[in-house]
Design a protein. Structure first.
Lengths: 356, 795
């Protein structure tokens, strides 16, 4: 032990005044570097007798380990001091505003997605058709012959092309999708068809383009009670209410028989409409049992198959649910409006998540 | 269709309250659109008498009247030319609301003279358009009497919406019939005297073209006086908003609204010899009762005499043969026309009339004779005269329609439990005669219900009267799935793209599917895209591109002082106006300020690389492709030729365009900003199934990556991507990536030269690259680029 006494006391004395990483490193070099005193002593060991060597080696290693663990601890200590100092002195003004811009989904898209989510859960698929239609698909196949008075109520836009001698039209409703779908698919059928529709009308409560969603169910059993059940689930889910006053009222559409219009109850609370409750009625959609002539027109036997159809306006649903008061604003493309009524892109309606 | 409760009760014996009747109408499909209680509206209006009138001291055209209102005598300033002493008038005291203007009266000074209340014209009371003078009441009325009482307005007016199938309810009697079927009372059939008439009609009737006119009944009436109608008749018409004209005309209108039977009455002395119902010939014309000249096409059904067209059958009579106060002899017409011909003619000539409205929906054939009998009875009573017998040309069709109804199918369609007895009662109350045949019920459809054509129609009748509230609410969920997929591939692409773009700070817009031909002409030939009856000149074609409407949105918001625009729309653009000739496009526009100057950043504008990145993000997230996508330096004419490109798949499919909108188009809109945009054809690329996008095994190199930077001086027209591609091709195994990190031009580089610096990443899969490997690669890269670009490496 005596042999290494000098080294030991040198270590003890020198480690006292170390306060930075550089001094620590030279301290380490002094003992453990290539020419450090411990390293040199280690080299000397080889010259000794085996017995001696073992004893000396043990002694020397004790000193070496002490140096190593000191260096390790001291390094940590100094680093901590440096970081503490850094943390203490650094600061940024976190109140400064950052530039965060967000895009929006149009309320029409959002409401269509909500409608799809609800009907997807009821096993409906989504069908589509073109915005320009043949007169046949838009009217005749839907049991609305050329001179049917119902045609005049449609304010149809005509375009400069013909099919089978009849001027093509901009579809006045989504109902021609029924025809297209039934022609290419056998029952059972359960679909909804959201899309753009057009009527030559432009005032406070009409825009020349608007959106509808059509529903169609054809199988062997579906009756008017199912239609009522279907619409009740839909309206309750859409308006997110358990209590919903709903009224079926006889009406007329050439392509359904019997036909009905559906009203929902509402009441006014201040300026707000409360949907579902109350004794005032609000017309919300048209529906009925698919007319046998429509089925005949798509080669489905009305003695075997039956079903129901419904159609409603997307804008109206959006206005009622989200308190939008003016129909025309949907298509005015005012950024401020879109930012106000638009939806976050991550807010995709699902049944398992939130609908709205 | 308007009527009053008292008019309804002439046809319906009922103890039900007004409210019960109103609720029932809606419940049986005759939707109540308006209820106006006249006695409430006119509750303040009373009869008054002018006791003195003198000129207004300060106004030439005004008079100051002393008016006796029963309880008092007041001063009223009046501007009506017909005001005179002792005249009995309708007086509205201060506090009352004038129906036509909704103006609330208050005591006021008119040109310095105190005026209390108002003497009213028909216009002000909302009973006609006549505002030439104030109403002069009959001398027999008493001062102070409520006006509503003497005008017979002590009644409730109901307006119902009639769906196109329910022509039978376009008369008050039909409404009563439907209500009685629903159990609201007993139908009261109007008693019509069967007055045969002794005269022989001097006017022959001939149907030359019976395609459009099935039957024409005519009755000559001699020596009538076409006086003003009696009050009961005038009030009836006024109560439903019609203006009384003269007894003869009023009687025909009354019969039309009472029993849904359009009639026409001719001044018989103006008919040249006989009535001929025939097809019109192109070039013929006539002046109708609405005082307009109509030019006819071939094949319209006209009522003519030997020399001229008298009127359009079932639509509108002619001015020349119309009745006037001096009319003495008349011919009354009650005819039956083909609905299709009426609809077609009405549409061609754009004539709307109550007669057309009824005939094109189908009028009860059995009303031909009943209608002419009721009208001639009223004419004799009111106008006097002598009746001829009724002459009928053509044949009144006998409707004999029987439909078989199965109770089982009825239950199956409606989902209700209804028995045969209940069904038969409902049908019987609707006037449908029923007989049993086997398990079915044979239903004989009455002549007034031409809309009932098959069993399904009967199911509506049954549930309509039973009440829609009796429908059950059934569960539609079934254990067997009908659909495997909810959305198809292109619907998914649209949905994902919308939400991706919105998450990249774009606002989704929805614009018209049409646009202006002026703005659209930049994008395609518009010959095949015209709308024949556009809503306005600005929306006269189907849009050949989504761009014009989006630029319109930019312009509009610029005007509202916005300066940063990120808009997108996903919708169809049209190749032609044939159904289905449409393409789904995602179009995004970015313009103006991308980064406003703030405490951290300088102002930064959007450029084409922003939209290029957005487009590529859409492709990567929504339309991932295994095959090669590349940008080529070409784009359609609406792009800036030097600042645009096309994204190609496999060198053959155009996936989309991006770039700056052609400055010439931007200039057209007088917009100063540069407009950057992309168009992605979402359906252009093939659908990659989930299976084929399965990932290959993960294989990462554990050996060190080496980075080397190179700078080349090349001609300024050399494309950066060419240098990147050439670099990568030097060794596809060892060179992992090559990215341009700096581009600059400087006179020191030489004319039309630029410096382009790339960072190359090298890595081997199986070893650490040696100094030699690296040197070797570097020299290959330099020689390749120098050779291919005629550039030089900068040292």
């Amino acid at each position: 032990m005596d042999k290494y006494k000098d080294i030991h006391s040198s270590v003890s004395s020198k480690k006292e005044n170390i306060n930075d990483l550089e001094t620590l490193e030279s301290f380490r070099q002094e003992f453990l570097g290539k020419k450090g005193s411990i390293s040199l002593a280690m080299k000397e060991l080889g010259k000794l007798e085996p017995n001696e060597r073992k004893k000396h080696a043990e002694e020397l290693n004790i000193i070496k380990d002490a140096v190593l663990s000191f260096v390790k601890l001291k390094t940590e200590e100094i680093n901590n001091e440096i970081l503490d100092k850094q943390i203490k002195t650094e600061s940024l003004d976190v109140t400064l505003s950052v530039n965060s811009s967000s895009g929006t989904i149009h309320p029409i898209t959002q409401v269509i997605d909500e409608v799809i989510a609800i009907f997807a859960d009821l096993d409906f698929c989504v069908a589509e058709g073109p915005e320009i239609e043949t007169d046949y698909n838009n009217f005749t196949a839907l049991n609305t012959s050329e001179h049917h008075p119902a045609r005049q109520m449609h304010d149809t836009f005509y375009v400069n092309s013909e099919t089978d001698g009849m001027q093509n039209v901009m579809r006045t409703h989504t109902s021609p999708v029924q025809i297209r779908s039934m022609l290419c698919q056998d029952p059972p059928i359960r679909l909804i068809a959201p899309g753009k529709t057009f009527r030559c009308d432009n005032d406070q409560t009409h825009t020349p383009m608007f959106h509808q969603v059509e529903g169609l169910v054809i199988d062997k059993e579906s009756n008017m009670g199912h239609l009522k059940g279907c619409l009740e689930i839909f309206l309750k889910s859409f308006f997110e209410t358990d209590s919903l006053n709903m009224r079926f009222r006889p009406s007329h559409f050439p392509f359904t028989e019997p036909s009905a219009e559906v009203d929902i109850g509402y009441k006014k609370k201040g300026n707000q409409l409360i949907i579902g409750e109350g004794s005032n009625w609000l017309e919300i959609l048209g529906c009925g049992m698919v007319h046998p002539n429509v089925l005949r027109n798509v080669n489905i036997d009305p003695d075997v198959y039956q079903g129901y159809a419904f159609g409603m306006g997307i804008e109206r649903l959006a206005m009622l649910k989200y308190g939008i008061s003016d129909l025309r604003t949907f298509f005015e493309n005012d950024i401020d409006w879109n930012q106000h009524y638009g939806f976050s892109p991550l807010n995709k309606p699902t049944i398992f998540g939130d609908l709205s | 269709m308007k009527f009053t409760i008292s008019w309804l009760k002439e046809h319906l014996d009922t103890q039900k309250s007004d409210q019960e009747l109103i609720d029932s109408l809606t419940n049986i499909g005759l939707e109540v659109e308006d209820v106006v209680n006249a006695s409430e509206i006119f509750s303040n209006f009373i009869v008054a008498q002018v006791v003195e009138e003198k000129k207004h001291p300060n106004a030439d055209k005004l008079k100051v009247c002393r008016v006796d209102i029963g309880s008092d005598i007041v001063d009223v300033v009046c501007g009506a030319p017909n005001v005179e002493k002792n005249m009995k008038v309708v007086y509205a005291p201060p506090g009352s609301t004038i129906p036509s203007t909704q103006m609330k009266l208050k005591a006021s000074k008119i040109r310095g003279v105190e005026s209390l209340g108002m003497m009213c014209s028909e216009f002000e009371l909302g009973i006609s358009d006549d505002h030439d003078g104030i109403i002069k009441l009959d001398d027999s009325v008493k001062v102070g009497q409520p006006y509503a009482e003497i005008a017979g307005l002590n009644d409730t007016m109901i307006e119902i919406g009639i769906t196109p199938n329910r022509q039978d309810c376009l008369g008050v009697s039909g409404v009563a019939r439907d209500l009685s079927a629903a159990g609201l009372g007993t139908l009261n059939k109007r008693k019509i005297k069967n007055n045969k008439g002794k005269l022989k009609s001097p006017i022959q009737i001939e149907i030359a073209d019976n395609q459009a006119c099935f039957a024409f009944a005519g009755r000559y009436i001699k020596n009538v006086k076409n006086i003003e109608s009696p009050d009961w008749l005038k009030n009836k018409l006024k109560s439903i908003g019609l203006r009384p004209i003269s007894a003869l005309v009023d009687i025909t209108n009354f019969v039309m609204f009472d029993m849904n039977r359009p009639l026409h009455v001719y001044d018989a002395d103006k008919i040249n010899e006989k009535i001929i119902v025939r097809s019109s010939q192109k070039g013929e014309s006539f002046r109708a009762l609405d005082d307009k000249e109509y030019h006819l096409e071939d094949g319209m059904c006209v009522i003519a005499d030997k020399s001229k067209v008298l009127g359009l059958g079932g639509i509108m009579g002619g001015d020349e043969t119309g009745c006037t106060p001096s009319t003495v002899n008349v011919l009354l017409e009650s005819a039956l026309f083909d609905p299709v011909n009426i609809a077609k003619t009405g549409r061609q000539l754009s004539i709307l009339s109550d007669a057309r409205y009824r005939f094109e929906r189908g009028v009860d054939p059995n009303s031909v004779e009943a209608g002419i009998d009721l009208a001639s009875q009223l004419i004799i009573e009111i106008c006097g005269g002598e009746l001829s017998e009724t002459t009928i040309a053509g044949k009144i069709p006998i409707i004999n329609k029987t439909i078989s109804l199965s109770i089982e199918r009825l239950r199956k369609r409606l989902g209700i439990d209804i028995d045969e007895k209940e069904t038969q009662v409902i049908l019987k109350n609707l006037g449908i005669k029923t007989t049993k045949k086997g398990d079915d019920i044979l239903c004989e459809i009455p002549s007034w219900r031409q809309d009932i054509g098959e069993e399904a129609d009967l199911s509506e009748e049954v549930i309509r009267i039973k009440g829609y509230e009796s429908l059950p609410t059934l569960d539609i969920r079934s254990p067997e799935k009908v659909n495997i997929l909810i959305l198809n591939e292109s619907q998914k692409r649209i949905s994902l793209t919308k939400r991706l773009l919105a998450s990249k700070s774009y606002n989704e817009l929805i614009t018209w599917s049409f646009s202006s031909s002026e703005e659209s002409s930049f994008y395609n030939n518009l010959d095949k895209l015209k709308i024949l009856n556009p809503i306005s000149e600005e929306l006269d074609v189907m849009r050949p591109s989504l761009i014009p409407n989006l630029i319109g949105a930019v312009k509009k918001n610029l005007a509202r002082d916005h300066n940063s625009f990120s808009f997108f729309e996903i919708g169809n653009q049209f190749l032609s106006s044939n159904p289905g000739d449409q393409v789904c496009v995602a179009c995004g526009v970015r313009a103006g300020i991308k980064q406003a100057k703030d405490w951290r950043d300088q102002e930064n504008l959007y450029d084409i690389y922003d939209v290029k990145r957005d487009m590529i993000d859409v492709i990567n997230h929504v339309l991932p492709q295994k095959n090669k996508l590349e940008v080529i330096k070409e784009a359609p004419s609406w792009y800036h030729p030097g600042r645009s490109g096309t994204l190609m798949l496999n060198k053959s499919i155009k996936v989309g365009f991006f770039g700056e909108l052609n400055p010439k188009i931007v200039n057209f809109y007088k917009i100063k900003d540069r407009i950057n945009l992309f168009e992605i054809f979402l359906d252009s690329v093939p659908f990659i199934s989930k299976k084929s996008t399965n990932k290959s095994a993960f294989n990462q190199s554990n050996y060190q990556k080496v980075y080397r930077d190179f700078a080349f001086v090349v001609d300024s027209n050399v494309d950066g991507n060419d240098i990147v591609m050439s670099t990568l091709k030097v060794d596809q195994n060892l060179i992992k990536s090559a990215d341009i990190f700096d581009i600059f031009t400087d006179p020191s580089l030489g004319k039309d030269k630029k410096s382009l610096a790339i960072k190359v990443t090298m890595q081997a899969q199986d070893r650490t690259l040696s100094e030699n490997d690296i040197q070797d690669l570097c020299s290959k890269i330099i020689s390749t680029i120098e050779k291919e670009t005629s550039g030089t490496v900068r040292s």
